[in-house]
Write a protein that binds this ligand. Sequence first.
Ligand code: UDX
Length: 457
Amino acid sequence: MERPCPPKRCRLLLVPCPYQGHINPMLQLATFLHQNGFSITIAHTFFNSLHPHRHPEFTFIRLNDNLPLDDVSSWDLGSVLLAVNNNCRASLEEAVAAMAGKTGEGSGEVMCIIHDELMYFCEAVASRFGVRSLVFRTTSAAACVSRCAILRLSAEGRLPVQKESLEEEVPNLDPLRFKDLPLSAVSDITKLTQIILNMYAINTSSAVIWNTMPWLEPSELNKIKAKFCQIPIFPIAPIHKISPTSSSSSLLKEDSTCLSWLDKQAPKSVIYVSLGSVALLTKGEVEEMGWGLVNSNQPFLWVVRPGSVRGSDAIELVLKEVEEKVGDRGCIVQWAPQKEVLGHGGVGGFWSHCGWNSTLESLSEGVPLLCRPFSGDQRVNARYVSCVWGVGLALEGELDRKEVEKGIRRVMVEEEGRKMKERAMDFKRRIEDSLKEDGSSSCSLKQLVDFIMRVTF
Ligand code: UDX
């Protein structure tokens, strides 16, 4: 999809949110835009700092986030986001001022800012310098609709949700129940509503780039367009398939030895288990997962991320016992090259927390899911995977080894799993169609390039 270079270089300043699930899609977008003739500068924080040497094609600048790096892992997501948005503004302004000196009238370059939806402070910086900006939404449209519902429920005095209402459906938000709302990532409702307002109420962006597809979330995108988004929306998913050659943007080192282990497994026999980059578990949950995997009799590849278990010293023993019990039937790593894993013929199911990237990566490879969401938009995605798209099964309630074993077998070997797999394969085909020359995502990307050229020159 490479296109001729613009006559004058346009420099795009991209600002990812400093979490793995946001860094990946932003760098994938950066790669696509670079391949289409744009110069790219990435502004990143000290917290979860990127690896510039892996991306020599981009220029990098550091934003002063002033976060206490040795302490920030104990903060909740809302506090980190509010601090990043408050603290990074000054250094982004400095960077834009310096760049504006080299760009603009009479120079070789013009500039435009593209920022993650959670880095909303960029809007004020763009406005101050008269620079165009576009927002990149890296979560689902359904997550956006449900966050807006939180504002409505908060105004109606219905938050926090009462225990007895958790199983009820939220009015006008079918198929979501109160317990599916993305409330838990930010424990304080006032902080949460402030972040949501900041994300959606600012109207100075020129357009929205969205890592979704119109056919995947038609009614959610239509609701958004009708209610509050008067600017163009470019649905370009799955962005990880658009620029597959980009170098890894993993913050943790990928352990590729699991690929040779996968080579030795029967086709579609392995359940891949990974709960993403931020979920935290208890030792008890790890035990239930481990013994459920053992008892399922299925081959498994299990990612246990460093720091993902509270008091992680205690789990070494659990993992050792599981490894001894299953021998070569199981493979446990700290971080996997997930996209390659999901694309490997040996993988037949994905036990996932349903982060939006993991969900799209799984659908793109036709792999059905066992859904175990933890927080934020993951619950919304999990509900869509199981109840709307029919490509997964929800593992609800307390983690229990019997339920884990049953869930794995339902997805991997039983008739309902076979049907989920068929539907997942259908999604894979539709995604491939979207990426063809005249497919919806390819067309949207072409329009995006033209749009940026039109509004910046
Ligand atoms: C966070 C939120 O939890 C999620 O709900 C939101 O949609 C994005 O930010 P995260 O936990 O990082 O997500 O999950 P996800 O969105 O799935 O992103 C994780 C990324 O890490 C994926 O691109 C995945 O391929 C990658 N990954 C994960 C690896 O490369 N290796 C692994 O072992 C696990």
